[in-house]
Ligand binder design. Structure first.
Ligand SMILES: [Zn+2]
Length: 72
């Protein structure tokens, strides 16, 4: 891959990230979703917006328990 190609890809990536940011800031986050997020070898349960995938908050103990029970 040449330098020029990488620059183009990075530019495209920047545009996509900006689009995502804009989408997320316009989203009302009306639909919450409990989701297991994997980050390398770590995985943690998070409450995300179903529409824009933003991290809204961390689940309560009760929500975590319910999620894990439903998983089985
Ligand atoms: Zn949202």
């Amino acid at each position: 891959m040449t330098d020029g190609e990488m620059d183009k890809l990075k530019q495209k990536q920047k545009e996509i990230i900006e689009q995502i940011n804009e989408y997320q800031s316009n989203c009302k986050h009306e639909h919450e979703e409990l989701k297991m997020v994997h980050n390398g070898s770590m995985s943690s349960l998070k409450v995300t917006c179903k529409d824009c995938d933003i991290l809204l908050r961390y689940p309560t103990q009760e929500e975590t328990k319910r999620y894990l029970n439903n998983e089985k």
